[in-house]
Design a protein around this ligand. Structure first.
Ligand SMILES: NC(=O)c1ccc[n+]([C@@H]2O[C@H](COP(=O)([O-])OP(=O)(O)OC[C@H]3O[C@@H](n4cnc5c(N)ncnc54)[C@H](OP(=O)(O)O)[C@@H]3O)[C@@H](O)[C@H]2O)c1
Length: 355
């Protein structure tokens, strides 16, 4: 088995690929030969030591999602078979789960590896039309968006069309969120906000980018643009009902608060921005709110809460309503290059490790 280990917090040079004995599945477990490990911004933060809640202390293995082919089943497993294509459940690689014997890790036992052992009941049969390299890319995008926008915000029960704005429009999560909103109800308006003027054309031409409108927030020389005007114009002055925002700070957040509609909500789910003072006073007259969102809230609520989301996502993938955009794939021994690529931020869509 090949496995990536972070021995110390730091740069991409801290990612080390090691060979270990391939473990055998125990009672009720399966071994999955991973064909797809979805990369996430959280992996970079974990490597740097900026997300200890998820990574724990080194040594640890990064990686929050994965999928592949069952290549061994343990005693007592009757509902999974060798050769079956599966997606690992969304709460499989989490800190606090029972540890794999002999892992030698003190922190997270993530999915950056060629083989993964888990309980058979923590795997989902994969839709036939989902390519092998995409089996490990579903949850951090689609379920993060579903959890916030369907489970918490209840866009599915909105008493009319809403305007939803998605910053970081080229990111894996925002692309997934745009599709989720359209799945909930195509009548909702989706506005993608990108900080990269050179990505506009690509996003406008991309079938997976379900944005009704695209707005660029930064000029070609990195200067902030007056994007509040675009949002006011696109909403006839009414404003945006829901921001689903991974920037969450400073002038960016302040502009969102300014652009909120009456009773609107800014959901902050990432830390891409730089912490600065924010004037929240417009919230008062708008009866509006800024709230935080993390996928862990849905996972902590248990299977009863997240299973409906997983079921809807798998069905929509099988039906072709949800379609992943893969920006680039990397072999496991290119993991350092993969992290450097993600750090540069020039990609559009999901970066994937393919062991
Ligand atoms: N709370 C949760 O449960 C949860 C779950 C998943 C992900 N996340 C968070 O979601 C964020 C995106 O994750 P990802 O994996 O989708 O990342 P990704 O695919 O690497 O996308 C990053 C994109 O964010 C935009 N961006 C970067 N820095 C920015 C800045 N300072 N201001 C505005 N936009 C900026 C850029 O898009 P443009 O060029 O289009 O602007 C960049 O391409 C991360 O912060 C991650 O930690 C949170």
């Amino acid at each position: 088995m090949k496995q990536v280990i972070v021995e110390q917090f730091g740069g991409p040079e801290q990612l080390r690929l090691v060979e270990l004995a391939t473990p055998e599945p125990g009672q009720g477990q399966v071994r999955v030969r991973l064909s797809s490990i979805g990369m996430n911004h959280a992996d970079l933060m974990a490597r740097r030591g900026a997300y200890r809640l998820s990574s724990g202390e080194p040594p640890f293995t990064p990686g929050l999602e994965g999928g592949g082919v069952v290549d061994a089943v343990g005693p007592g497993v009757s509902d999974r078979a060798v050769g079956e294509r599966v997606v690992l459940g969304p709460d499989v690689p989490r800190l606090g789960r029972p540890r794999q014997p002999g892992s030698g890790l003190s922190g997270a036992e993530g999915t950056y590896r060629s083989h993964y052992i888990c309980d058979a009941q923590d795997t989902y049969p994969a839709p036939d039309n989902l390519p092998d390299e995409q089996l490990g890319c579903l949850w951090l995008g689609y379920l993060t968006a579903w959890g916030c926008l369907a489970w918490k915000q209840r866009l599915d029960r909105a008493d009319g069309p809403r305007v939803v704005a998605l910053p970081a429009a080229s990111s894996g999560v925002a692309l997934a969120a745009g599709q989720i909103v359209k799945c909930i109800d195509p009548a909702h308006t989706v506005i993608g906000l990108t900080s990269s003027p050179h990505k506009m054309e690509q996003l406008a031409a991309m079938a997976e980018a379900r944005y009704d409108h695209l707005v660029v927030t930064t000029g070609t020389h990195g200067e902030p643009l007056p994007w509040h005007r675009d949002l006011k114009a696109l909403t006839d002055g009414r404003g945006v009902d829901v921001f689903f925002d991974p920037v969450g700070a400073g002038a960016y957040l302040e502009t969102e608060v300014r652009c909120l509609a009456q009773h609107g909500t800014v959901w902050v789910y990432g830390l891409l921005g730089r912490a600065e003072k924010v004037d929240l006073s417009p919230l008062i007259r708008k009866h509006a709110q800024v709230r935080g969102w993390a996928l862990s809230e849905l996972l902590d609520a248990g299977r009863e809460a997240f299973e409906p989301g997983c079921g809807q996502i798998l069905a929509a993938v099988a039906g072709g309503e949800l379609k992943l955009r893969i920006a680039e794939t990397f072999a496991l021994d290119e993991v350092r290059h993969a992290h450097e690529t993600m750090e540069k931020g020039a990609h559009v869509g999901k970066l994937v490790l393919v062991p």
